[in-house]
Design a protein around this ligand. Structure first.
Ligand code: AMP
Length: 284
């Protein structure tokens, strides 16, 4: 596996691959890799001849007082895991390379209708950081296909809208959520949890499953289902519920009828750790 910290080496390699007619797959990450990330590499390998992954903890997508400083960084282990998975190139730029003029970086923004709700309402500006870094990475890597996790559902939706609106010829793939045996969605942030919190954490997906069962059973009081789910999370021991929302899968607007694809998203906190999860639902 080639490991690049510089743009020149990355560009030379990509150019060679493109000249050889190879299709390039890309998986951006913030590192501290787990089986969820590696499943994205596998998905990319199925759709491309060469797979590039990036590891970059992006300061622009963290808000004031969030965990940018303490976000787990483990580049050596990440590189080993990617090598074992058969990834072809790891791009690990530093902040100065990604943001040469960090005091006022150029930003790419998707309209607020998609970025101002859900995660964007709790973390203002978060998605401007995400779209900006992914736009820059797309320009650097020039992938034919990019793979993102359904775990960050809104992120996938926002980035897909960006690619469509900016006419990038990139196939956007949404990969299924990889879970621990007890159902908890794998996340780099799970390691912040105490043993006691780790026991409570899988209730998040169970509560989402209960909402989905209610939808399948024909319940249509969407706001009532959201309220009930929030109450169940608090009763299970979560310290705070940021939201439980049943939304239109495309527009991310609050669900009002069941003849469209929906997604049930929840974010709840154990101590200061925010856990995200979601399940898609459709009537057919
Ligand atoms: P992150 O390093 O957290 O920025 O995540 C990088 C990519 O991995 C994103 O597309 C995430 O949605 C995806 N990802 C994170 N956790 C999981 C998981 N448990 N299953 C599948 N994909 C995941």
């Amino acid at each position: 596996m080639i490991v690049c910290h510089e743009l020149m080496r990355l560009r030379e390699t990509i150019t060679q691959w493109k000249q050889a007619g190879l299709r390039i797959g890309f998986v951006p990450t913030m590192g501290n890799l787990h089986a969820g990330h590696l499943s994205l590499i596998e998905q990319a390998q199925r759709r491309a001849d060469k797979v590039v992954s990036s590891v970059f903890v992006n300061p622009l997508q963290f808000g004031e007082g969030e965990d940018f400083e303490r976000y787990p960084r483990s580049l050596t282990t990440d590189a080993d895991q990617l090598r074992q998975q058969g990834c072809d190139l790891l791009f690990a730029p530093d902040v100065a390379l990604m943001y040469p003029e960090l005091s006022e970086p150029v930003r790419v923004m998707v309209p607020r209708s998609l970025t101002g709700c859900l995660e964007g309402a709790v973390r203002p500006g978060h998605f401007d950081g995400v779209t900006t870094v992914v736009a820059k990475l797309f320009n650097m890597v020039q992938p034919d296909v990019a793979v993102f996790g359904q775990k960050d559902y809104q992120q996938w939706r926002v980035l897909s809208a960006m690619v469509t609106e900016l006419n990038w010829p990139i196939e956007m793939v949404k990969a299924p959520i990889v879970r621990a045996e007890d159902g908890l969605a794998l996340s780099s942030r799970n390691q912040y949890l105490t043993p006691m919190q780790r026991q409570i954490a899988p209730h998040l997906v169970r509560v989402l499953q209960a909402v989905v069962s209610d939808l399948s059973a024909g319940k249509r009081d969407f706001r009532g289902l959201e309220r009930e789910a929030s109450a169940r999370l608090l009763a299970a021991g979560f310290d705070q519920v940021d939201y439980v929302s049943i939304v239109d899968a495309q527009q991310l607007t609050p669900a009002c009828c069941a003849d469209r694809d929906l997604v049930v998203l929840a974010v709840a906190r154990l101590g200061t750790t925010r856990l995200l999860d979601n399940i898609e639902w459709s009537a057919v």
